[in-house]
Structure formats: structure tokens, C-alpha cells
Design a protein around this ligand. Structure first.
Ligand SMILES: [Cu+2]
Length: 656
């Protein structure tokens, strides 16, 4: 929990304010906290038959619902020899992050008599499971990993966002290129790995100069394919802004990454320039036609493919002499190149989502509202994946192995699950050699359920009809309704909020009543609008009668003897619009049938410390509420409050 108190004490107040100003939710690696991590169903398991000096090949399969694991060995290096069941050129590492649904085959060798731990630590460092290799002798534990500094992750995101003024977190840019097919032989090389920089403003240069820019890559100065004005053939697509590092011709021969990527050297780059590194898969230093470096990108938090904001940088800092695996180090033993004499279909897929409402999607559209991705047998199909969100997504394709364009040229590794890190841009491509329908989805269970998925359909084939009802139910999962309730029982009265919601709709009932029969009740049916869902419209009703106890003298009646609407007595219907402001304040402007306009500002759950939060509400009826609460457990909090209508009180709050 990134609270203001903790931010103040640890010197991250600016980072915290930036997070709230950008309406960035709490930064977490894992969506869900688990009490235990298991290996083959056990917290700890032994493999006593392992012998000193004898290499052992282990297949590490991440079968969790939503956790990534750091894998380490207490007896030396991990020799990675395969991923997702397919061989790669062996590469030795000390730490290996295994995404949900990913598989890595590793060779480990117990160095001597004793028991050596193969440890898998969940990437939020909440817990680990152990496999003990060998018998007798001493126990050799794998290193315990330090806690994640989440403020650093927030700072990285803040830095990334401020460098890309045109980019909107969690959202696809305007004008996502339509799927395009390039005739055989005319396709450009696929975009290489890199950080996405849509809408980036380049050091004050006019866009018109862009086509003349070149990249200085390992091969020297090459023109950037795919830039406006230079693109050729059917692959010529409008680029949403410019993708730095993404335009490097990835199939050009590049030196194999032998040295481990040193994350620190990038941070130490002089301001106003990017580090001149030559690592495969790192963004290449950019220069204009005269070889001058471009300005305005100093301090850009760059990370090797698949590692940005995964905690890898913090681990590398804690273990500076160790090698952490990243995707650019994976290399197929044989050429994995696809035949060049085929049409190439390119499909841009932006991984999008809304952390606040826990809605995950692709190109801003959840599965239930999306068309199938249609491809044709005999094509090479490229998915260009852009992660616009704060989280990593392990994207999994059924029925096919895809090449990961990671800077290894013809030796791009083959995988079926690839973790796309926040802000990553990565291309995968595969041979369209199947039939009918296949699923492509984020393998984090809760993201899948909320709609971060697509059906890939072979044109002309019949649709799968094995069990249409089951299929419809599965696709419709992201429309499911979730109930919630939030009740505060205090000495001056009870406040209830409850409702049901799905990805787009919210039916919300709010009620405040005291122990004397006074009440205020508001009902809203609300529709969220826009991909970020910062905007919502609603219609509803507001009934209240505070004249029994709080305001007995306010019993106005009109000339016909009917009671008239007032601050303390009201029976109206209303329509309104809500907008989520920077600093995470919901503004709410409504117009009611009594002819009254009301503006209300609301901040929920302001995190003062990790357990002390505060709800605030004020409106133009001069009503206000201050409600600090102290979280005792998952569902229970101590609550104290002052309400302009109901006064002081204290009690318990239950949230479900
Ligand atoms: Cu996901």
C-alpha cells in the first residue's frame, strides 16, 4: 500500500502526488495476495535421489492463477535449456522470472553432498515454495529476496508517463492501425522489441523531419522502416506516433547478447542522451542523419524486453553480480525464420485496462464485445503487442508456437506464452497453419475473466460448435454482475452503500439514517463511458426526510398542503454526470426534478497510512462528511466520522 504517511517518511511524497495526480491506482505486482506458494501441491518437496555433480533437468511450469515466480537455486546457476517445451540455446542465469503459464526447462547440478534448494518466490515476495535436491549433509538455501519498493515502481511509471505526454495509460491510442496484409515479399521486417513511445514529442523536432531520421544500430546507420513517408507496400500503415526501438530491423544480424545486460549503466547515462549500449533487444541509441544524438530523453527508464517494472531492476541492484534472465537472451538453436514467400498479416493489439474498476481488455474492447481476429491459412501472422497498462500480461496463444521478435534474428525463440511488461512493445509472429478457432488471451485468470482475450478465426472455416452454450457463457463472462456492500454502523446513525456492477454498469443504493427515523436515500443507475471510464452518467432518485428528529421545524408545505422539497425533506428524481478528476476525486453534477443543481466532490479511501484511510465528501448543498477509518481486517474497519447533517459518531465499518 503506497500511503501518504509512508511516502512522507521515505521521501517519496512527490512520487505519491504524481501517482494520484495521474489517477494511477495502487501499484502492485500481484493482483491477489496468496497465503502459500506450493510446488507440486506442497509448500516444500524433496528430491533426495539427486546426486552431486549430476545435472538434473527440471521442467518449471507456472500453474498458478495469477502469480509470477522468481526461481533460484541454492547450489549455483540455473542453465535454461528450453521454454514452453521448445529448446533454446543453453544460457546460464542466477534468477529466472517465470510468468503465469510459462514453462522453463532448467538444468541444475548439486555441487556436493548436501541438500540444495530450488526456490520459487512469488514476485510480490509474499512467500515461496522449495524443492530440496539431494540428501544428507547441510542444507543450502537459495537467497531470500528483498521486499519490493513499490514507490520505485510508481516513480518508474511516473517517469514514463511524463516522457510521453500524448500517451494515456491503460488505453489504446486514437487510430489503432487496422489489420493489414502485405503481399508476399513486400512485408517490412517486424518491429523489434522496445519500449512503446506513442505520441512522444521528440526534442522539439517537427514531425516533418521524421522520415530522414536514422537509427544507429549494431550494423551502423540504417533507415527506419515503417516511418511515415517511407513505408512501402501494403504494410504501409499509419503509425500511432512513433515507436522508438520498435522500428529497428530485428532480423538484421545483431551480435548475440553475451554479457548480461547491465541495467544500472542506463540510469547513469548523462542527461540528455541515452546510454550507447549495444545489447540485443535494447532500444538502440537514436541519432539524426548527422549522427547527433537526439535530446530530451535523458533518464528514460529503459529495461530489457519483458522486465520493466517487474522488480527485476531492484533485484539486479540487490544482487549486482548475478545474471537475471530476460527474453532477449533466449535464442533458438536452429533458424526459426518463416518462409519469405507468403503474405504477412499484421495486427496491432493494445493491451488495455482499468485498474480501478478491474476491467481488462484488448484495444479497449473486452472479449464479449469484440470481433474475432480473422486470419488466413498460409499467411504469416504478426501480432504487435503494445502494453499500455501498469501490469505485466502473460499472453498465451492456443494451437500455435510463435516466434518472439527479440533481436535474435532468424534464431528468434519459439514460445506459446509471453509476458508483455508494462510499456513493452513486442512482436510475435506465427505460421497460420491450423483450422477454425483458437484462443489468444492473458493467462492471469482474473484478467481473462474480465475480457482480456480474443478468438483467432481462420477465414472460411466453420465456427466451432462443440458446445455453443458453453462458449457463449464463457465469452459472456466479462458481463457478469458483481454485488458489493459497504456498511458503517455508528453511534449517530448507519450509512449503507450497496450495489451490483459489471464492466459498464453500476446500480448503486446509498442510504444514511439515524436512530430516530430520519433518512436520506439515493438510488443511481450509472453507465461508465469511455475506455478509461473516468466519465459516467446516471439517472436516479433522492428521497430524504430529516424532519422527525434532526430538523423538526422544517415542515414546509405549499398552498395545497403538500410538503415541499427542501434541504431536509426531498422526493425527487435526478440525472447527473460524474467525472474522475486528478487526485482521484469524483466530481458529480446533478439536476433534480425539483429544479435544483448540485455539485459534489468525493474522495474515497485517501490512504493516510497503510491502515488509516479517509473518505471525504462535500457538495453545494453545504453538506459534508469526513470519515476516517482504521482497517482491522479484510472486511472490518473502525470508523469515526463527522457529517454536517448527522453530526459526530463512531462505530464499525464492514466492506464486502
Ligand atoms: Cu493480464
Amino acid at each position: 500500500m503506497q500511503s501518504y504517511g509512508k511516502a512522507l517518511l521515505s521521501g517519496y511524497l512527490g512520487t505519491k502526488l504524481g501517482q494520484e495526480w495521474r489517477r494511477m491506482p495502487q501499484m502492485d505486482l500481484a493482483d491477489v495476495y496468496y497465503q502459500a506458494s506450493l510446488v507440486n501441491g506442497q509448500p516444500s518437496q524433496a528430491l533426495p535421489q539427486a546426486r552431486p555433480g549430476q545435472p538434473l533437468r527440471l521442467r518449471v511450469i507456472n500453474g498458478s492463477a495469477a502469480s509470477y515466480y522468481w526461481v533460484q537455486f541454492g547450489g549455483g546457476k540455473l542453465r535454461v535449456v528450453a521454454t514452453d517445451g521448445v529448446d533454446v540455446e543453453p544460457v546460464e542465469v542466477d534468477k529466472l522470472l517465470v510468468a503465469t503459464a510459462e514453462t522453463f526447462d532448467v538444468e541444475v547440478t548439486p555441487p556436493a553432498i548436501g541438500q540444495y534448494e530450488l526456490r520459487a518466490t512469488s514476485w510480490d515476495m509474499a512467500g515461496y515454495s522449495s524443492l530440496w535436491l539431494g540428501s544428507g549433509g547441510e542444507r543450502h538455501e537459495a537467497p531470500t529476496l528483498p521486499r519490493i519498493n513499490y514507490f520505485e515502481l510508481v516513480r518508474n511509471m511516473n517517469g514514463m508517463m511524463s516522457k510521453m505526454p500524448g500517451m494515456h495509460m491503460g488505453r489504446a491510442p486514437a487510430g489503432v492501425p487496422a489489420p493489414a496484409v502485405a503481399a508476399a515479399g513486400t512485408a517490412l521486417p517486424p518491429p523489434g522489441p522496445g519500449m512503446k513511445m506513442d505520441g512522444m514529442k521528440m526534442g522539439g523536432r517537427a514531425d516533418a523531419k521524421m522520415p530522414s531520421m536514422t537509427m544507429s544500430s549494431a550494423k551502423g546507420s540504417q533507415q527506419m522502416p515503417g516511418m511515415k513517408g517511407e513505408a512501402n507496400g501494403a504494410d504501409a500503415q499509419p503509425m500511432p506516433g512513433m515507436k522508438m526501438g520498435g522500428a529497428a530491423p530485428a532480423d538484421s544480424a545483431r551480435p548475440r547478447a553475451t554479457a548480461k545486460p547491465n541495467l544500472d549503466s542506463l540510469d547513469k547515462a548523462p542527461p540528455g542522451s541515452m546510454a550507447e549500449t549495444n545489447m540485443a533487444g535494447m532500444a538502440m541509441p537514436m541519432a539524426d542523419g548527422n549522427g547527433r544524438k537526439m535530446s530530451g530523453m535523458g533518464g528514460m527508464p529503459m529495461a530489457p524486453l519483458g522486465t520493466f517494472n517487474t522488480g527485476a531492476k531492484q533485484l539486479q541492484a540487490a544482487f549486482p553480480h548475478e545474471t537475471l534472465l530476460d527474453y532477449t537472451m533466449l535464442r533458438a538453436p536452429q533458424s526459426s525464420a518463416l518462409p519469405a514467400d507468403r503474405p504477412v498479416r499484421t495486427i496491432h493489439l493494445y493491451l488495455t485496462g482499468n485498474m480501478f474498476r478491474y476491467v481488462w481488455s484488448i484495444n479497449d474492447t473486452p472479449l464479449s464485445r469484440a470481433d474475432k481476429i480473422t486470419i488466413k491459412r498460409g499467411e504469416t501472422v504478426r501480432f504487435v503487442l503494445h502494453n499500455t497498462t501498469m501490469m505485466s500480461h502473460p499472453m498465451h496463444l492456443h494451437g500455435h508456437y510463435f516466434r518472439v521478435v527479440n533481436g535474435q534474428g532468424d534464431h528468434a525463440p519459439l514460445k506459446n506464452t509471453l509476458s508483455v511488461a508494462p510499456m513493452d512493445l513486442v512482436t510475435i509472429e506465427f505460421d497460420a497453419n491450423e483450422y477454425r478457432d483458437w484462443f489468444f488471451h492473458c493467462h492471469l485468470l482474473y484478467h481473462l475473466n474480465s475480457g482480456m482475450a480474443r478468438i483467432v478465426h481462420y477465414a472460411g472455416d466453420s465456427v466451432r460448435t462443440d458446445n455453443p452454450r458453453l462458449l457463449a457463457r464463457f465469452i459472456g463472462q466479462d458481463r457478469k454482475l458483481f454485488p458489493y456492500i459497504d456498511a458503517t454502523v455508528q453511534s449517530q446513525g448507519t450509512w449503507l452503500e450497496g450495489g451490483i456492477r459489471n464492466s459498464y454498469w453500476l446500480l448503486r443504493q446509498e442510504a444514511r439514517f439515524d436512530w430516530h427515523g430520519d433518512y436520506e436515500a439515493e438510488t443511481h443507475l450509472q453507465r461508465y463511458l469511455g475506455p478509461k471510464q473516468f466519465l459516467a452518467v446516471y439517472a436516479g432518485a433522492d428521497f430524504r426526510d430529516n424532519t422527525r428528529y434532526l430538523a423538526p421545524d422544517v415542515r414546509k408545505r405549499d398552498e395545497n398542503g403538500h410538503r415541499t422539497n427542501s434541504h431536509d425533506y426531498r422526493q425527487v428524481v435526478c440525472v447527473g454526470v460524474r467525472y474522475f478528476l486528478p487526485m482521484m476525486v469524483w466530481s458529480d453534477l446533478r439536476f433534480d426534478s425539483g429544479g435544483k443543481l448540485r455539485l459534489q466532490l468525493e474522495r474515497e479511501g485517501l490512504p493516510l497510512t497503510s491502515r488509516l484511510r479517509c473518505d471525504l465528501r462535500v457538495n453545494t448543498d453545504r453538506e459534508y462528511t469526513v470519515n476516517p477509518y482504521y482497517i482491522l481486517g479484510k472486511y472490518v474497519a473502525l470508523s469515526g466520522s463527522y457529517d454536517s447533517d448527522y453530526g459526530w459518531g463512531a462505530g464499525l465499518r464492514i466492506i464486502y
